[in-house]
Design a protein around this ligand. Structure first.
Ligand code: LFR
Length: 477
């Protein structure tokens, strides 16, 4: 048995977990949970949307301190720490390693129109063949093009993706983990390594980028000051699937390869796992991405706007997630066949009032406009379930991979109405759970690096399947 700490930042909440892993044992204990969200900060040229990275760092240290206490109580040392966050965003550092500014959020409006301008120079189909990514306006390559308009790049000597930034703060190791590198648009889809031609296209000095490494590598010990403040003596930083979705896909309790997944959080990432990328025109047209998974697998998936839309509605009503259960109960009592919207429409991407955007989308589509809260919730969930089903069907059609079951992992696995609607829309059984798939994938890769568990992703997933509580939803119930 070995103990590992998982630092896991999501766009709306973060957590630090203690994982205990053995050949027949997999258990998480929550050491800290905290809210997260991008914040608008005024500037002369209009506000910009930032992540409070320093605040997240403070929460990580507090969480790691608690991890050390829990481990001491269990009488076992913590062998290692792994970090995962959302993808594409980065911090810029000067030559001294000082973070030059709070990292910008991918939802910032600075990338509006940037991709379209680049595609006039380099056709989207050509980029797709090189980097394998669906068109999302906020992919790092487009953010860097927008960054050229700002003053920060001139002083930057280093660019670190967010989990690598936290890793650098923890250990002093400067690197770039390959699952997250694959989301930047700057990497070769076949190798997962920085592609010089794509880096040039982004207009940045290649020297800003850190050397790539794969998940499972032991990177470094912790900085003495981090050891001292957390009490994590002797723990090492281990590379995990630092893109949260990559770790979550490791944590999917699939029995064999005939599965689709919905990693359902602020975003919902819907797809299959493949050995080789799919780079056809049809794949590009359907908005499918080829991101790198742990062990060199391909996460062939589509980004569905996800619970972000629901979270935005709750925020409009002044509610947090505790206000959701009664709304879900009422929404579940409404008949099927109500209004649906295209949740992938970029109008939903930026922060701001959400209910009115949902209502306008219904109106524009010539559908009944939901006014009562349960009707709005039902409209959002029906729309998400429909989008999940389309993405599963597309993934099957475009990749040729047959799928017997749809695994829903992440926070959305707790939403019974969404899971049932998803099973109904997909016409396939849904297996829901675990909620903390990202943290599980994180600690499992660390435990494998420590030698506590062995084997491929199938073996790691078998351990999740054996230890997690899963709920099965059958279509048409
Ligand atoms: C999910 C996620 C998605 C990525 C989006 C933006 O948390 O990492 O996979 O497309 O956030 O980074």
């Amino acid at each position: 048995m070995s103990l590992h700490a998982a630092v896991d930042f999501g766009a709306s909440s973060g957590r630090v977990m203690l994982g205990a892993v053995g050949t027949d044992h997999l258990e998480l204990t929550e050491a800290a949970r905290f809210r997260n969200g991008a914040v608008l900060v005024p500037r002369e040229r209009g506000a910009a949307l930032y992540w409070d990275m320093v605040g997240l760092w403070r929460e990580s240290l507090t969480g790691l301190q608690r991890v050390a206490e829990l481990a001491r109580a269990a009488g076992e040392p913590v062998a290692s720490v792994g970090v995962a966050t959302w993808a594409v965003d980065y911090g810029l550092l000067d030559g001294d390693g000082t973070l030059l500014a709070a990292p910008r959020s991918y939802r910032d409006a600075r990338t509006d129109g940037v991709a379209e301008r680049l595609h006039q120079r380099v056709p989207a189909a050509e980029l797709y063949r090189r980097n394998g990514l669906q068109h999302l306006p906020f992919t790092t390559v487009y953010q860097l093009l927008a960054e050229q308009e700002e003053s920060l790049l001139a002083s930057a000597r280093s660019l670190l993706l967010l989990p690598d930034l936290v890793g650098w703060w923890l250990s002093g190791h400067r690197g770039a983990e390959s699952t997250n590198v694959s989301t930047t648009g700057l990497a070769d889809v076949h190798t997962g390594r920085w592609a010089p031609d794509l880096v040039e296209l982004a207009g940045i000095d290649p020297a800003l980028l850190a050397p790539e490494h794969d998940p499972g590598v032991v990177l470094a010990g912790l900085r003495p000051e981090v050891e001292e403040s957390t009490g994590l003596d002797g723990a090492r930083l281990v590379a995990v699937g630092s893109h949260d979705t990559a770790s979550a896909v490791v944590g999917v309790p699939a029995a064999d390869e005939r599965f689709a997944y919905v990693v359902c959080g602020t975003w919902s990432l819907v797809g299959v796992e493949l050995e080789e990328p799919v780079l056809t025109e049809a794949s590009l047209a359907s908005g499918f991405t080829n991101e790198r998974g742990v062990d060199g697998r391909i996460r062939y998936l589509h980004n569905v706007m996800g619970l972000w839309v629901l979270q935005g509605c709750l925020a409009d009503w002044g509610l947090d997630s505790t206000g959701l259960p009664p709304l879900l109960a009422a929404a579940g009592d409404l008949p099927a066949g109500g209004p649906v919207i295209d949740v992938d429409d970029p109008v939903f991407l930026h922060p701001g009032p959400m209910v009115s955007r949902v209502q306008r989308a219904c109106e524009a589509a010539g559908q009944p406009v939901p006014t009562e809260r349960p009707a709005v919730v039902r409209c959002v969930l029906d729309s998400l379930a429909g989008a999940f089903a389309r993405a599963v069907e597309d993934a099957v059609r475009l990749s040729g991979r047959d799928v017997d079951v749809v695994h829903v992992v992440g926070g959305g696995a707790q939403n019974a109405l969404l899971c049932q609607l998803t099973a109904d829309a997909c016409g396939r059984p849904v297996l829901a759970g675990p909620v903390e798939a990202t943290a599980l994938g994180n600690v499992l890769v660390q435990a494998r690096a420590a030698g506590t568990v062995t084997g491929g992703l199938e073996d790691l997933r078998a351990l999740v399947a054996k230890t997690a509580e899963l709920v099965r939803y059958v279509p048409g119930r």
